[in-house]
Design a protein. Structure first.
Ligand SMILES: Cc1cc2nc3c(=O)[nH]c(=O)nc-3n(C[C@H](O)[C@H](O)[C@H](O)COP(=O)(O)OP(=O)(O)OC[C@H]3O[C@@H](n4cnc5c(N)ncnc54)[C@H](O)[C@@H]3O)c2cc1C
Length: 317
């Protein structure tokens, strides 16, 4: 265990009991699909949920905490993150069938499980309805936080209950009704800061083979329409009601528009790709340019789906 000698004595004592990996001044570009981002003050990859609880309790009460899964919907600014990042992908990875009935099955997946793994695991066990997750390169935790979805499916259509953890390291069950859920929007109705540790998903019993071929077909559609060979964060903007952000961006002549190493994808206009060592500032400036241009030309204000965190560097925040 790597423990910072500058830590307060009580935090240092708690940190000595940790079983995961603690790193200081850790570059976030390693953990985001855009491959950009400055360093986090500290990054912790817990050994399990109990270890995550110990870590949370070891932190000073005023230290900001952010959970990260696969960083596939995250722009970390170049100035990095003040506070603690808890990295869950590869950490909380339990996946099991909790209950199997004649017509449905209940799966439990920890927050760090990749959504495509969940989709394939369900199909292997003849549980259907989770195929849409196969093309979303995030984790269960990120999927729950974003209500990630595509092709008519959404994470919270299948999730019935979540296991969460709070700042004091207390675990609790949350029902679907405890959240306000909408298109790419999830908000805990109660006050307080909590993170997802895992969730239970209900899927119908069906033909695994049919599910596997649906997954294959869905992945082919993605390969044909999305720039999957370039670093991106998927769709940058939410679709406005009754329209598509990609259609509006293309109609404004922005396909291929570039700032520094960031470019509006020539394949899918709602993607911004890192084509040549982009900085987070390049990407954010391009996001702002798209919003301004689309608003000016069409009157529609696009809203960013990607979460932006951290501090700007070399510019005023
Ligand atoms: C090529 C590509 C295609 C994509 N296609 C889709 C798509 O079809 N549909 C779609 O919805 N999204 C899509 N995305 C975006 C992204 O994959 C999803 O939003 C995904 O759910 C993010 O998961 P993550 O683990 O990467 O989350 P991260 O990017 O790590 O985090 C995203 C947000 O969730 C929070 N978060 C993460 N884990 C937790 C946790 N355990 N508890 C609480 N909060 C947490 C983070 O703090 C952050 O605010 C795509 C991205 C890429 C790169």
């Amino acid at each position: 265990m790597c423990v910072n000698p500058d830590m307060p004595a009580d935090s240092r004592a708690a940190a000595q009991n940790l079983r995961g990996e603690l790193r200081f001044d850790e570059p976030m570009a390693k953990y985001t699909s855009w491959r950009v981002g400055g360093s986090a003050d500290q990054l912790y990859k817990p050994a399990d949920s109990q270890d995550m609880a110990t870590y949370l309790r070891s932190l000073p009460a005023d230290m900001p905490v952010i959970c990260v899964g696969l960083g596939s919907n995250l722009l970390v600014r170049d100035g990095g993150v003040r506070g603690a990042i808890i990295l869950l992908h590869g950490a909380l990875r339990e996946l099991r069938i909790q209950e199997l009935r004649d017509d449905y099955g209940l799966l439990y997946a920890e927050a760090g499980v990749a959504l495509p793994r969940l989709a394939r695991y369900a199909a292997q066990h003849n549980l259907v309805g989770g195929e849409f997750m196969a093309g979303i390169p995030g984790t269960v935790g990120g999927g729950l936080a974003m209500n990630a979805g595509c092709y008519g499916g959404e994470t919270w259509q299948l999730a019935v209950r979540a296991l969460t953890i709070n700042r004091q390291g207390q675990l609790r069950n949350r029902e679907r009704e405890d959240y306000e859920l909408d298109y790419r929007h999830v908000e805990l109705k109660a006050r307080g800061e909590e993170w997802f540790v895992g969730a239970w998903f209900v899927l119908s019993v069906g033909e695994g083979e049919v599910s596997r071929s649906a997954i294959k077909e869905l992945l082919q559609r993605r390969i044909a329409s999305q720039p999957l060979n370039q670093p991106s964060a998927g769709s940058v903007f939410r679709n406005p009601p009754g329209d598509y952000a990609a259609r509006l961006i293309e109609a404004c002549g922005l396909k291929g528009r570039r700032i520094g190493g960031a470019q509006v994808s020539t394949k899918h206009a709602n993607f911004i790709v890192n084509i040549a060592g982009a900085s987070a500032a390049d990407i954010e400036d391009l996001i702002d340019l798209v919003v301004e241009t689309v608003a000016r030309q069409t009157g529609v204000v696009l809203h960013c789906e990607v979460r932006i965190i951290g501090e700007r560097s070399g510019r005023s925040a």
